[in-house]
Ligand binder design. Structure first.
Ligand code: ADP
Ligand code: MG
Length: 366
């Protein structure tokens, strides 16, 4: 195990104890509702093995507070390479991986549904989906292929390029340990500034906007700390917006769009996302016609890929207002779910109670 991963795990295991009281949602003491055996028992699956471990725990707390607890019993289950644990009152009880159950007070508790809110591996890349398929546990996200495809930014871009109407930026993939183009070749091929990012990652960890040739190698080294593959991408210029969507019965419902307005930062980096260096404006200040085109494209991608649950597609709108090119930045299949995250903002703006959206997702699979 590399040192950096080890550090994350040590921090993560520390955070289990520190953050577990804050995981308590309204009306759901200690992260575990009364398991009365009458209501479906939902595991809110959080944590994971990436830098986004703690962000995921915050999303789990959000989901717990949004869930209709008159309909569902909820237990947060935290996963990491150190172990899988159910948060049961003040205790962390080990999960039996044969059937994703745990034992408390001499009684075995099983689950009826897994609401996956891990950002990054293993919850956003298909690994956990494969496990839940094997033990026949219904879950809240898309299936194995969609999860692994959307989590690999380079592979996703290649796939999307083949769908008429989808615009993605040019990019080059660099693999750890393999020969790579020189800095000069990269700059010639993709222009400067360009973006260097982990091919599998999130929350802008390891992402750099590279302006000069000498910044390329340090940026690639930094991104390699997050992922064995790094993508160097041509910069897209314009307004960054994001669109949430989910499948309600047969219909793909799109939420009002959010626009990202940066405050003193160069791009939507970690500080902008989590430390207030951006304003997130919902609904986005764009023409209705552009909004309608974004919704239509989002629905088209959702259906073409065959997604399930809430996804969020991020775009950059370039060119003349009202006639913008819609460039796809990335697809998030387990988007952030803290009260301040985009999706809860968008659902609030739509007027639909967020508990209803979560219930639709659960009922659609039970
Ligand atoms: N090609 C690009 N052109 C312009 N901005 C970019 C580009 N790639 C990334 N960014 C900026 O970096 C942010 C993070 O990149 P993204 O690919 O979304 O990674 P993450 O999965 O970490 O969120 C984006 O929200 C955007 O602000
Ligand atoms: Mg992003």
């Amino acid at each position: 195990m590399n040192t950096s991963l080890n550090n994350h795990l040590q921090e993560a295991s520390h955070s289990v104890r520190v953050t577990s009281p804050s995981l308590t949602g309204e009306g759901c003491q200690g992260g575990t509702a009364s398991l009365d055996g009458e209501r479906p028992h939902v595991a809110i699956v959080a944590g994971g093995d990436s830098s986004e471990h703690d962000v995921s725990l915050r999303s789990a707390a959000g989901i717990l507070s949004f869930m209709d607890q008159s309909r569902y019993d909820c237990t947060i289950v935290e996963l990491s390479l150190k172990g899988w644990y159910a948060h049961y009152g003040d205790q962390l009880l080990p999960i039996d991986r044969n059937d994703f159950s745990f034992t408390a007070d001499g009684r075995k508790h099983t689950f009826d549904f897994a609401y996956i809110t891990i950002h990054g591996t293993p919850g956003e890349d298909g690994i956990l989906q494969g496990y839940f398929d094997l033990i026949q546990m219904p879950y809240s996200t898309s299936g194995v292929l969609v999860e692994s495809l959307t989590f690999n930014k380079f592979a996703l871009n290649a796939y999307l390029r083949s769908i008429p109407g989808c615009h993605v930026s040019d990019s080059v993939l660099i693999r750890r340990g393999l020969a790579r183009p020189s800095d000069e070749e990269l700059a010639q091929c993709l222009g400067l500034p360009c973006f260097v990012k982990p091919n599998a990652g999130g929350s802008s960890f390891g992402v750099t906007k590279v302006k000069t040739l000498d910044q390329l190698t340090p940026a690639i080294d930094k991104a390699m700390l997050e992922s064995d593959e790094v993508m160097v991408e041509r910069m897209m210029t314009g307004t960054e917006i994001t669109c949430g969507a989910y499948l309600k019965g047969e219909e793909v419902v799109c939420f009002p769009l959010t626009e990202v307005a940066l405050k003193g930062v160069e791009f939507f980096d970690y500080e902008a996302k989590y430390e207030g260096k951006s304003d997130e404006i919902t609904p986005a200040r764009i023409a209705d016609a552009t909004r309608d085109r974004v919704w239509a494209l989002t629905r088209h991608i959702y259906r073409t890929l065959g997604c399930y649950g809430i996804i969020r597609i991020d775009y950059i709108l370039s060119g003349e207002a009202g006639h913008e090119d819609i460039n796809i930045l990335e697809i998030n299949t387990t988007p952030g779910m803290t009260a301040a995250s985009f999706i809860p903002q968008q659902v609030r703006a739509s007027g639909t109670p967020i508990s209803e959206v979560l219930s639709d997702i659960i009922e659609g699979r039970l």
